[in-house]
Write a protein that binds this ligand. Sequence first.
Ligand code: AMP
Ligand code: ZN
Length: 487
Amino acid sequence: MNSELKIYNTLNRETSIFKPIHAGLVGMYVCGPTVYSNAHLGNARTYISFDIMFRYFLHLGYKVRYVRNITDAGHLEGDRDEGEDKFAKKAKLEQLEPMEIVQKYSLDFHEVLRQFNTLPPSIEPTATGHIIEQIEMTKKIIANGYAYESNGSIYFDVEKFSKAYNYTALSNRNLDELLNNTRTLDGQDEKKGRLDFALWIKAKPEHIMRWQSPWGEGFPGWHLECSAMSSKYLGNEFDIHGGGMDLVPTHHTNEIAQNIACHHTQPARYWVHTNMLTVNGQKMSKSLGNSFLPAELFSGNHPLLERGYSPMTVRFFMLQAHYRSTLDLSNEALQAAEKGLARLLNACKLASQLKTGNVSSFSVEELKDKVYAALNEDFNTPIALANLFEAVKYVNLVNDGKETLTAADQAALAQFLNQMVKDVLGLKPEQEAGTEKIDGLMKMLISMRAEAKNKKDFATSDFIRDQLKEIGIEIKDGKEGTSFSIL
Ligand code: AMP
Ligand code: ZN
């Protein structure tokens, strides 16, 4: 491999060679989900992007500690200490306990990421499991003079901090402008400065998720948990901190301020941010009402979808854009991704079965160089894929008898293609062992259901459909007959 891995760093807005703090090891912290609702496809895009980085570091031989938290407390509706607690609100709505909400949506999140074939992180800490660490951190920040108590809550003193450090280093925003765009304080306010944010929030009598602290009963602020958990598991200084770009101006800016105020050091060397998945050019978000649930995409059960697409098709679709570019969801793009994925996976299979010859007019070494060069250029998956498709073209030509490959090249190509596609890009064949038997059984069930329907025996036809759904197989009636997808 000729090139070295380079990563774009939001902190200095430069792409530079990745140098880990400890040779051979990577410490990576990625902000996890706030588990108060179903993970949507935009969230999935962010975690698929970090999954590619995780997989690539592993492929390069690094030992990676990948920490991704679960936010299960402390996230208020307005990201700036305002509004209702997201968990309490949802709990009321669904008539459940807040921790039932947490359990329900943590399970959903894990299931979604499993369907997309992402690797589990090395550690998945929860905010509620680290209250003591958050209280300790708050105490230190107060002792260092960067936080103050006000009516049982603790606030971070941004004005004081910004006299000593650059508070807006990450967002590169002008502090005065930021101040002018933030609402002014009124007489009721507990904060001293407009940009101050809560480290600890006093619990109102009705607040369920509350803990004892030196300042009375309360709960930690959202930004604090990531500072406490990242330093606990990765140390005061670690390699990579990631999340979606929308976290830069507030959540990550405040995390950096907290870490510096507590440990006198910037926590991460590289701040990596993923761009947004959009729908008709608008960020996919729950609050805008334009979000797609992965399950809706797999089943096609959504007004904007013509039909369903498999999890691997969606993953492939996402890899066709660089993680720092926006990506717009559309039927056309998904249909093209479906075809591309099928061609790629087919070539992986074909490559190991090709007839070999005496000469090759394809250089596997050159292919490897190009693919590594792309991935080393800030994990550029679209270019890596474009290069892999050059190999796909060649595999098909050899398969059609129009080109030849030596036995050594054939073995090297088959190995490299499979390793890249399956291990690094995390694309796996949709249906593995037993596919033919499953197809046969499904054909039988679909015809039994059709027969039941013909006889107007809807109890039986619905029974077949519902039982299949329960085991994760969805059948869909379309113009060209009935098809099925494994969820
Ligand atoms: P949340 O659960 O809202 O805290 O979001 C979890 C992660 O998903 C964060 O890193 C967000 O930045 C990211 N995210 C939210 N919406 C999108 C989107 N439309 N596209 C990509 N990432 C997103
Ligand atoms: Zn975070």
